[in-house]
Write a protein that binds this ligand. Structure first.
Ligand code: GDD
Ligand code: MG
Length: 330
């Protein structure tokens, strides 16, 4: 089976980390996010992955110049302009010549979903499209999906106002599509699968959903990009991951953190519940807590970086600076 993975968004909520790097090329415990996604698909018999590219496609092409990722052949479909989620699916599926049942994934989701079981459900529903649903505490930043007891989708509400969602089961960003879904997507303009295509398909009665409570996270915000990696460190994704790259130099204190290749944590520096991407540097006495430090960035001596602060690649936080819940540079 082929899988079409949406990786063309701007990753706005993860700026400045995503100003030049697509979100799915940012590392999760040292490996680009897209590789985690493709590896998982490979374990469920996916034999070809179509990457739906928009923003900064060269980042993917340079990382996988042979067009192979995690052992799976890739097809690069590059949009001439952002077409939004459904427009992107249509463009990429036609570009790749998909003409059989296929998977569609939001490329920023990490999940333990049994993808093969989702496909089986889709077949037994006789659905035109089947969505994976997951439960969340606050559905307001997701697509909310009420269903009947047979799994038929009754409606689709993208990002409802807080407190108004009809259920806390949300669209988890893995879909099985029949090729006929493409006929519901207008050509040559931006079309949202969540705001336009799913609500229309729900009206036909041929949109179904399957609920599972497998591990699931959308890594697209600083909080969840960090949490996805803490989950590896905490052993929620298999045996606890050792977050310390062997090429890192640590003379200070590191607790429950992912420390990338060639990072330096100087004497007296403290790094806790944080992610330091490759080449980041915590100078003497710096404190980094619950934050993300980009590739090659420096946190100066005695500076404090706390509370989901995000330091851009190569940025230099001046000595003694106190950053609390902010992006740097702004
Ligand atoms: N090619 C292409 N072109 N890809 C796009 C475009 C586009 O114009 N716009 C967004 N994408 C990609 C993003 O890169 C991402 O992988 C995926 O589409 C979803 O976009 P996000 O920006 O991450 O959406 P979201 O997190 O706000 O909401 C979506 O995911 C939730 C679950 O994680 C929706 O599908 C929600 O309904 C869902 O609940
Ligand atoms: Mg997302």
């Amino acid at each position: 089976m082929q899988a079409l993975v949406l990786v063309g968004g701007f990753g706005t909520r993860l700026q400045p980390l995503t100003l030049t790097t697509p979100k799915q090329m940012l590392p999760i415990v040292g490996k680009p996010m897209i590789e985690h996604v493709v590896e998982h698909l490979a374990t469920h018999g996916v034999t070809k992955v179509v990457l739906s590219l928009g923003f900064a496609p060269e980042a993917f092409q340079e990382a996988y110049p042979e067009g192979v990722c995690a052992g799976i052949p890739l097809h690069y479909a590059i949009e001439p302009e952002p077409l939004d989620t459904a427009g992107a699916v249509r463009f990429a599926a036609l570009d790749a010549g998909i003409d059989e049942t296929f998977l569609v994934l939001n490329g920023d989701v990490l999940t333990g979903l049994d993808v093969s079981a989702l496909v089986e459900r889709h077949n037994s529903f006789g659905a035109e499209a089947t969505l994976h649903l997951t439960p969340v505490d606050d559905p307001s930043r997701y697509g909310v999906v009420p269903t009947d007891t047979d799994g038929r989708v009754l409606g689709f509400v993208e990002k409802p106002a807080p407190g108004t969602a009809p259920t806390n089961w949300i669209n988890a960003g893995t879909y099985v599509f029949e090729p006929t879904v493409l006929d519901h997507i207008a050509a040559g303009r931006r079309v949202s699968v969540e705001r336009e295509v799913f609500p229309a398909l729900a009206e036909t009665g041929r949109l179904f959903a399957w609920e599972s409570a497998d591990y699931w996270i959308d890594t697209g915000t600083p909080a969840t990009y960090l949490q996805a990696q803490l989950d590896f460190l905490d052993g929620r994704r298999g045996p606890a991951h050792c977050g310390l790259d062997e090429t890192a130099t640590v003379d200070g204190t590191v607790e429950r953190s992912e420390i990338g290749a060639n990072c330096v944590v100087e004497t007296g520096a403290v790094v806790r519940n944080s992610v330091l991407l490759a080449g980041a540097h915590a100078a003497a006495g710096a404190v980094i807590e619950g934050s993300i430090v980009g590739w090659g960035a420096t946190v100066g001596a005695g500076a404090t970086v706390r509370n989901l602060s995000v330091i851009g690649h190569g940025a230099k936080v001046p000595a003694g600076e106190a950053l609390d819940g902010v992006t740097f540079p702004k």
